[in-house]
Design a protein around this ligand. Sequence first.
Ligand SMILES: Nc1nc2c(ncn2[C@@H]2O[C@H](COP(=O)(O)OP(=O)(O)OP(=O)(O)O)[C@@H](O)[C@H]2O)c(=O)[nH]1
Ligand SMILES: [Mg+2]
Length: 348
Amino acid sequence: MECGLIGLQGVGKTTLFQALTAHAVPIQIGSMKPNVGIAPLPDPRLERIAELIPPEKIIPATVQVVDIPGVPNGGGASALNQVLVHIRNVDAIVQIIQCWGGEEAAGSIASMNAELILADLVVAEGAVDKAARAARSGDADAKKRLSVLEAVQNMLGEERAIREHEWSDGERGILKSYGFMSAKPILYVANVGEDDLLGTGSEAMVVQSEAEKAGTTSVAVCAMIESEIAEMEEVDRGDMLASMGIERPAIGVLAAAMNQVLGLSTFYTAGDKEVRAWSIPEGASAPTAAGAIHSDIERGFIRAECYHCDDLFELKSEKSIKEAGRLRSEGKGYSMQDGDVVHFLFNV
Ligand SMILES: Nc1nc2c(ncn2[C@@H]2O[C@H](COP(=O)(O)OP(=O)(O)OP(=O)(O)O)[C@@H](O)[C@H]2O)c(=O)[nH]1
Ligand SMILES: [Mg+2]
C-alpha cells in the first residue's frame, strides 16, 4: 500500500517527505523521478503495550510514501503527463496545500482537482469508446463496463470526483483497472507556516472546510519544522517541541490519518524479543493477518490466541487476562479487530 504526496510545484512535498521518512532517503532535487521511502507510524498504543510487556525492541508499523514531482500550474502538457503517471500508481493521495507566504488555499485545491478530473475524463472517454465497440459485438462484460464508464464520464463532465459516488464492489472492481486518480482516497494536508503551528489560520481553515466538502479529512502540519524535528536526536526533540508549545510532532497525526485513508487497521504481536505493530486491511481475516508476518504462518494457520490491547491496559498482564477469561482462541473465519494483540499458532 502506497500513499503519494501530490500538489502544485514548490508547496513543500519533498520537505514533508523528509519529515515522514526522517531523512532516510537521499533526495534528488529537480528530478522528475519520485522519491520513495518508508514512514514509521507513531503509535501511542504500541508504546503502552511495550511498557506492560517490556521487549528488547519496539517496531512500529510502516507505510510507504512516494514524493511525486509537483503538478505545474497551467504548465506544459508533457511535464504534467510525467507527473500523472506516478499519481496513477499510488493507492491513496495525500494532497499538500501551501498555507504560508500568502498563498491562497482554495485556488490551489481547485486547480489540482481540476487537473486530475480532466486527466480522468480523457481516460474515461477513450474507455467508453472501446467498451461501446465491444458491447455492440455482444460482449456482456463490456455492457456492464460501458454503463459504469458512462456514469463516470458524466460525473467528470460535471467536475465531480469519481470517489464522490458510492460504487458497489463490482463497479469498484471495474474502475480499478483504469487507475482513475479522482477515485483514489484522498487526504488534505495544510502546510502551515511557523506562525500558525496549530493550523487555526484562515488558509488552514479553508483547507479544512474544502476537505469536509470533499467528504474527507485534513491535517495541519508545518513541513519545515517537522523536517527539522525529524532530523534531531530523539533526546533533543522534547525541548524543541516544548519551545513551540506542542506536545507531539504533528507528523504522527498525519501518519495515522494516512493509515486511515488507506483503509488499514493495526494489530500487535508482543513478546520478550519484540513488541510490534502490523498494518492490515480493515476487517482482514486472521490468516490474512498471519500472512502479513510470514506466508508460512498463513499457510500453516491453526488458530490465533488473542486479546484486545484495552484488556491489557485494564488488567496489566497477559496472566491476568487469561485468569479473567479474556484470552480468546480464534479460528480461520475471525475478522481481526483494530487493536488486537495476537499470538498465532501454526504448523508447516
Ligand atoms: N516557510 C516555509 N517554507 C517551506 C515550508 N515547507 C517547504 N518550504 C520551502 O518551500 C520550498 C519548496 O519546498 P519543497 O519541499 O522542495 O517543495 P516541493 O513541493 O517538493 O516542490 P516540487 O517538488 O518542486 O514541486 C523550499 O525552499 C522549502 O524550504 C514551510 O512549511 N514553511
Ligand atoms: Mg519535491
